[in-house]
Ligand binder design. Structure first.
Ligand code: ZN
Length: 346
């Protein structure tokens, strides 16, 4: 393999979206400067009386949370989508709009206000995976729900206002842009090769072993070759599954294990509660078959060099396309050098 290109400015192709990213490795002449700031090991309270997600507390919408003991979901009090759309589609000359409907839910990962995924026990993360699976299937079975997006915004840097461990699920009638892009590339590859694009990519990554971060019997975590964010990662099931509803009990646990392992690495990188947006991309729930699809979970973290230095998507990125300095291989090396034990527990 020609690795000479990795030392000079080049563009890398994202096989899933068909987009390119500019990589400028010559700009990272400075030595690795991780852990420049030590963060205090302050303990958060396990219960916050003012938190609208803690068990037994009342929410802004007037409801009271049950005294839930594990993963718990409920409909968002301030949903971005509503089940009824009293308006019709709109078209006037070059102006075009469509009515959109959907259901938005909140998923509390734990009743313990102080926790995050990397600090939770594998059995409790497995419960979260089980709830994601249940919600994906239940919401997806509804007539007007053709796509279910499971995601988490972690940390105030990602716009998350409440530190209580939780994620969201937005489900809707239409199929969103990112899914349409990936569907096209999965399908083109499937038609030509009759195999999974991501499955074949995974095989190549495992052979090269340059960007692999963690693996177990059922899942692999890696930095994708075309990563945009400095420490962007992806968790891929070894089996060619289209959605999380296909996971069996052992696979749910393996998924939880690799999520824990990956997020511990993240926290250890700058010894901080590492912010990110994560999401699971899987097939639409419109009843059609998508044999070409291979579900995966992606993490997009904004941090670059320390707990406070983030990557900005400005200028060239806004007007031309994404760019990064540190290569995906350097980022993988930095993460692979870290302990598997969370820094708060060392
Ligand atoms: Zn709370």
């Amino acid at each position: 393999m020609n690795t000479e290109i990795n030392k000079h400015p080049h563009r890398r192709y994202n096989i899933l979206t068909g987009e390119w990213i500019l990589v400028s490795p010559h700009r990272t002449k400075r030595p690795w400067q991780g852990k420049t700031e030590k963060n205090s090991k302050e303990e958060r309270e396990t219960y916050d009386p003012s938190c609208y997600l803690c068990p037994g507390n009342s929410r802004a919408g007037g409801e009271t949370n049950p005294n839930y003991e594990g993963a718990h979901s409920f409909e968002n009090d301030f949903p971005a989508l509503l089940t009824e759309a009293p308006v019709k589609d709109f078209e006037n000359g070059l102006l075009k709009a469509e009515a959109e409907t959907g259901i938005c839910k909140v998923v509390c990962f734990s009743p313990d206000h102080s926790l995050t995924l990397p600090l939770m026990e594998v059995k409790d993360i497995t419960e979260v995976v089980g709830l994601w699976k249940k919600e994906y299937l239940d919401l997806g079975n509804k007539n007007n729900i053709n796509y279910v997006q499971i995601f988490e915004n972690k940390g105030s840097m990602m716009g998350c206002s409440n530190p209580h461990p939780h994620g969201q699920i937005w489900s809707q009638k239409s199929i969103p842009t990112e899914i349409l892009k990936k569907s096209k590339h999965f399908k083109d590859y499937w038609n030509e090769n009759k195999s999974s694009l991501l499955g074949d990519y995974l095989k190549q990554e495992l052979e090269l072993n340059e960007r692999i971060l963690a693996q177990n019997e059922h899942f692999v975590a890696l930095i994708p070759y075309w990563a945009v964010w400095p420490y962007e990662t992806m968790i891929i099931p070894r089996k060619h599954y289209q959605h999380i509803g296909q996971l069996n009990t052992a696979e749910e646990k393996a998924f939880a294990e690799i999520i824990k392992k990956l997020t511990i690495k993240y926290d250890n990188l700058f010894e901080t509660s590492f912010p990110y947006s994560s999401g699971i991309h899987q097939i639409p729930t419109d009843g059609k078959a998508y044999p070409e699809w291979h579900f995966h979970m992606s993490f997009y973290p904004p941090l670059l060099r320390s707990a406070t230095v983030k990557k900005f998507m400005v200028g060239y990125e806004m007007f031309a396309g994404p760019q990064r300095d540190i290569t995906a291989e350097q980022a993988a090396n930095n993460l692979n050098e870290l302990s598997d034990i969370h820094y708060l527990k060392q």
